[in-house]
Write a protein that binds this ligand. Structure first.
Ligand code: PLP
Ligand SMILES: N[C@H](C=O)CCC(=O)O
Length: 424
């Protein structure tokens, strides 16, 4: 464990970066105060900065690196694809192969389309839901994050909540007047909202586990009741599984909880760590997408061969090596050990999580956005810096989820627990 670290090269890089890139970062969650560390390389469970400091990584690129960094199987798949070229602008067999594999793990998906990010996936899924139902409104969950397109940047989690700006400037009120909000885990409020708006309500979109202010878990029965409610009112249910897809299980949260949505969005893991997004669902809905139908959606980089090749390698490896059993038991171990530390230290904190997602909330157990906001986010930030100095990289916000990869060793986890004990 390192007790003093030098971040001088990162500091200098930040000074330069912020003159060229707003905030010195390419995505706001990376803007650690007073400055982020700039990464030089990453391998396995470790990430290394420009000053040569090495950290055990639980941010894992915000989820995609489920096999750790630089995994040889994924790297080989990308390398082989590079030899054949990396962008064609034509359909490929690769897309058909990955589509078939995804559909086999997600029985709710009859057909799907590849895009380049999770943002595009949810944007397209919502457009399609509106086109299919010929209705305008949708309901999202307060604190849910579905990427950075206009309609969903309302009470959005992730960096938007970290920065205290869950509603973005630059989005005309007209663009979000059809975006309704419901608190998570509150089926009564959801029911009245659905019933009141059903004539013009296309969909409910939800992260089954709130991963961008969490993880905050669904209360028993919540997802099942939401399914029943949407079905009875003829409203589409969209599971945004950009985080939970291939993370909780091969079949994501829908397999884990046994609740079947009408549409699903995926991203992150399904591209093996390269840019990707997927939206899919029932055949009659998906066939409304151009060119089969009148809902337009397109992209130069959609189905990008390296992303798809990496995704195939990822999905096969996760399945063949039964990786979720290992991941989930590492998650169970981590949460149990952290709970013991929190209890022994007499802290009023709560350890939460599921499968290989975990987090110490600096406050009581939250069940929704309003409760999450009560956490001591400044206290968390100070703790984050102490952990960094001890060689552990957690996501730099109380609202982002920690992830474990399949290559975190027992030694990594023990070192991490020592650091928690030392720094809490
Ligand atoms: C649940 C969820 N949906 C959508 C997105 C958007 O994905 P991307 O960052 O790939 O655009 C994210 C993450 O950013 C996410 O966590
Ligand atoms: N919480 C976000 C996605 O899950 C983090 C990614 C980003 O916004 O850069």
């Amino acid at each position: 464990m390192v007790s003093e670290i030098t971040l001088e090269k990162s500091r200098q890089m930040y000074e330069k970066a912020k003159t060229l890139i707003p905030g010195g970062v390419s995505s706001p969650v990376r803007a650690i105060k007073p400055h982020p560390f700039y990464t030089a390389s990453a391998n396995g469970s470790k990430i290394r900065d420009l000053d040569g400091n090495e950290y055990i990584d639980y941010c894992l690129a915000y989820g995609p690196a489920v096999l750790g960094h630089n995994h040889p199987v994924i790297k080989e798949a990308i390398r082989q694809q590079l030899d054949k070229g990396w962008l064609y602008g034509t359909p490929t067999e690769l897309e058909v192969t990955l589509a078939e594999k995804v559909a086999s793990y997600y029985p709710s998906i009859d057909m799907l389309r590849f895009v380049s990010t999770g943002t595009e996936a949810t944007m397209s899924a919502l457009r399609l839901a509106r086109g299919f139902t010929r209705r305008n409104k949708f309901i999202k969950i307060e604190g849910g994050f579905h990427g950075a397109h206009d309609a969903v940047l309302v009470k959005a989690g992730s960096g938007a909540t970290t920065l205290g700006e869950p509603d973005s400037l630059g989005i005309p009120a007209d663009f979000t007047k059809h975006t309704l909000q419901a608190p998570y885990n509150d089926i009564e409020t959801m029911t009245s909202l659905v019933e009141k708006n059903r004539d013009d309500l296309a969909a409910v979109i939800i992260e089954p586990v709130l991963g961008n202010i969490g993880p905050v878990l669904p209360l028993p029965g919540y997802l099942e009741e939401l399914r029943k409610l949407t079905e009875e009112n003829d409203v589409l249910l969209i599971f945004d599984e950009v985080i939970t897809g291939f993370r909780l299980a091969m079949g994501g949260a829908q397999e884990y909880f046994g609740v079947v949505p009408d549409m699903t969005t995926l991203g992150k893991i399904v591209g093996g760590g390269l840019p990707i997004g997927v939206f899919g669902g029932k055949r009659e809905i998906m066939e409304m997408i151009a060119p089969s139908g009148a809902v337009y959606q397109a992209g130069t980089f959609s189905g990008s061969p390296c992303s798809v090749a990496a995704g195939i390698a990822m999905v096969d490896y996760l399945n063949e090596e039964n990786i979720h059993a290992k991941l989930n038991s590492a998650g169970d171990y981590m949460r149990a050990a952290l709970s013991e530390i929190v209890e022994d230290e007499g802290l009023d904190y709560h350890v939460c999580g599921i499968a290989s997602m975990f987090k110490i909330f600096f406050g009581d157990e939250p069940h929704n956005y309003q409760e999450v906001l009560k956490c001591d986010k400044e206290g968390y930030l100070a703790f984050f810096h102490r952990m960094l100095a001890s060689g552990v990289f957690l996501p730099p916000s109380q609202f982002e989820t920690n992830f474990i990869s399949a290559v975190h060793s027992d030694e990594d986890i023990e070192k991490t627990l020592e650091a928690y004990l030392e720094n809490l």
